[in-house]
Design a protein around this ligand. Structure first.
Ligand SMILES: [Cu+2]
Length: 655
């Protein structure tokens, strides 16, 4: 899905890759005189590496002018490219197929790598090398498998040595959509891995071509076409040209005449003397390598070391026991410490809210904490809470992807009276499990909300009804008790205000203002659940779902009183909430009204998660008086102050 800049880059990339591949395919079949196996090699590698494959093709292989292919492909550097292309085309095809299958089956990354190696090596050896080369080289299929084995082994080792860490480290880094074949980034990582594999395999391929261990580029012209009969004739070959086909194998030394085919090996290193030595050794073409056994052995050893490093080293830093299915399409916050023991649960917990889950978007003018309407059923007040993912604006031009009750942050205010029988029907439209806890209320245990403790979690798409009688009064709130670390931190909470059955016991004031606090983490256009750990620290803060200067202004007159209900809906921090213009009286704590003698004066209350303070403040003098958190970072918006502050700040405007 298109949710990150990289996704748009990849769209461009794959469009160019498609165009490049189309060009190479058409040009190979229309114009380029080479064997089918090499045509397909370049087509596949261009598909996997886009414009880079196209560049290799036009620089090393595409016949620049009619009749010049034989001469054009002679340099060793180009022969090495041909050999590497040939290897990468086969290996990468196997690797990609294996990666898609293992990811779809939900197999762990370590197993994925092994399957990829086996599949890549198998496709490379049994299909691209042995099967296709047999048509070039003659001999039995098994002979071709045997003589291709060691060169293919070395080349594959180097290729995988680079490709494995690129895949592992990028797929399991922050954007773990890269593990999912349905995502563009998966294919982007695959492409990058193939490029890295190509680069590391190239030097060994050059050497192996120089030593005639591998094939390089070849020219093959259809008999009867314009330049077919003008192609360079092989050295010291006294046999007549095969009338049906002609192969120029620039990479190989002449290894004796084939009875049915005519091969011209315009080789580098193809000294005529050596070609002569080889002549007559077999009935069909054999590559006669002048690499010594110790040389091949040593190169093989180095390739094994490189492979082992590439396959094993990433396990030091990423958890290779995880599969694509385990981590979903999680995008992790910058700065989160992930190591080889980090479980998938931790990753999903901290992952960004998925913008694709958003059901509705709301602008700055839409407020949260709106009164929740109810209906009466048999004397019971029935409320509906519907949790879903929304786009919620906290500042002009700044919106978060929030988990919200009834499309608002905070959720709607449930305002009831002591003695009320209530039922709240909760519907879960989130991608996560949920449940609702009625914080501080005396309720039947089954109605209390802790998932897995008193009830099964409400699965996505599911519902649960909570019924109880309010036997207390005061300031309370509700929040999820299934994965609150993630889901409450993304916006699931709401005020629950219960009026006393005897109105005379209410501590009255001229105005009321409910303050619900929240920390947010908004980075790179994504909303992560803020939490006090690496990568989770908040950079935005809201009162009632808005950050200053988008918070409400409370209009008052001198001499009036304001009852502020501070609610600790905040998840990860304690906020010392302070009011300018003189002290306030603390009249209730955690929903419990203090007896007159217990009430006390203060100018700051520490609002910890879950706590409530009802305070009564008197407007003593006219002017603009602030309510704000006393941690200065919490009165900034992503560390920026606007109109004197940000975040947890609101103005009382006294006339
Ligand atoms: Cu604070």
């Amino acid at each position: 899905m298109l949710i990150q800049p990289i996704d748009y880059f990849l769209l461009v990339w794959f469009a160019l890759a498609a165009a490049s591949t189309l060009y190479v395919a058409v040009d190979q079949y229309r114009n380029n005189p080479e064997p089918i196996v090499m045509k397909w090699g370049f087509i596949l590698v261009t598909l996997y590496t886009g414009p880079l494959g196209l560049l290799l093709y036009v620089l090393a292989d595409k016949e620049p002018h009619p009749g010049t292919h034989e001469e054009f492909i002679k340099p060793l550097s180009k022969q090495g490219i041909g050999s590497t292309i040939h290897c990468v085309a086969g290996d990468a095809t196997g690797i990609i197929a294996a990666a898609v299958i293992t990811a779809t089956l939900g197999l762990p990354m370590w197993f994925d790598l092994i399957v990829e190696y086996v599949a890549g090596f198998s496709v490379g050896l049994f299909v691209f090398q042995a099967l296709f080369m047999r048509s070039m080289m003659g001999g039995t299929y098994f002979e071709n498998v045997r003589r291709s084995f060691v060169p293919e082994f070395i080349s594959m080792n180097f290729m995988m040595a680079a490709m494995a860490p690129v895949m592992t480290l990028l797929m399991m880094s922050r954007d773990m959509r890269a593990m999912d074949p349905t995502q563009l980034v998966f294919w982007g990582v695959m492409s990058l891995g193939i490029m890295a594999g190509y680069a590391l395999a190239y030097p060994s391929n050059v050497w192996m071509v120089a030593k005639s261990l591998k094939h390089g580029l070849m020219t093959e012209r259809k008999p009867g076409t314009k330049f077919a009969d003008e192609a360079p004739q092989p050295d010291k070959d006294d046999k007549p040209a095969d009338p049906h086909s002609r192969h120029d194998m620039a990479a190989m030394k002449s290894g004796g005449g084939d009875k049915t085919k005519h091969h011209n090996m315009a080789a580098m290193g193809g000294k005529s003397g050596e070609g002569g030595d080889a002549k007559g050794e077999g009935d069909h073409d054999k590559m006669k390598s002048d690499a010594t056994r110790p040389q091949v052995f040593a190169l093989g050893m180095v390739s094994i070391v490189a492979l082992a490093a590439g396959m094993i080293a990433p396990a030091n830093s990423v958890n290779m026991r995880l599969s694509s299915r385990d981590v979903g399409d999680s995008i992790m916050p910058p700065g989160m410490i992930m190591d080889r023991t980090t479980p998938a649960d931790a990753m999903r917990d901290m992952a960004a809210a998925n913008p694709n889950d958003v059901r509705a978007s709301y602008g700055l003018g839409v407020r949260g904490d709106r009164p929740l309407a109810f209906r009466i059923e048999n004397g019971v007040k029935v409320f509906d809470l519907r949790a879903s993912v929304i786009n919620w604006t906290i500042l002009p031009g700044v919106s978060v992807v929030a988990y919200a009750y009834n499309g608002q942050v905070p959720g709607p205010r449930i305002h009831i009276r002591e003695g009320d029988r209530v039922r709240i029907d909760v519907h879960n439209e989130l991608p996560d499990i949920t449940s609702v806890h009625w914080h501080g209320l005396i309720v039947p245990n089954q109605m209390d909300g802790p998932a897995y403790v008193t009830q099964a979690p409400i699965e996505p798409g599911g519902s649960y009804s909570y019924a109880f009688t309010a036997v207390q009064h005061g300031t309370y709130f509700y929040h999820p008790h299934a994965k609150p670390d993630r889901t409450q931190a993304l916006g699931l909470y709401g005020a629950l205000v219960i009026d006393p059955s005897d109105p005379a016991t209410e501590v009255a004031a001229d105005h009321e203002y409910v303050v619900q606090l929240q920390e947010w983490l908004l980075r790179e256009g994504l909303t992560f659940p803020a939490m006090p750990m690496e990568g989770g620290f908040a950079n935005y803060f809201t009162i009632n779902g808005k950050a200053y200067p988008a918070t409400e202004t409370i209009p008052m007159k001198v001499g009036e009183t304001l009852k502020v209900r501070f609610i600790g809906t905040n998840n990860g921090m304690v906020h010392p909430m302070h009011i300018h213009g003189g002290p306030f009286q603390v009249v209730a704590i955690d929903g419990e009204t203090l007896a007159p003698a217990q009430r006390y004066m203060a100018d700051t209350v520490l609002v910890g998660p879950g706590q409530r303070y009802d305070v009564v403040w008197t407007a003593r003098k006219p002017g603009k008086w602030l309510i704000h958190c006393h941690i200065p970072h919490h009165t900034a918006n992503n560390n920026v102050e606007t109109q004197g502050g940000g975040g947890l700040m609101a103005v009382i405007d006294v006339r």
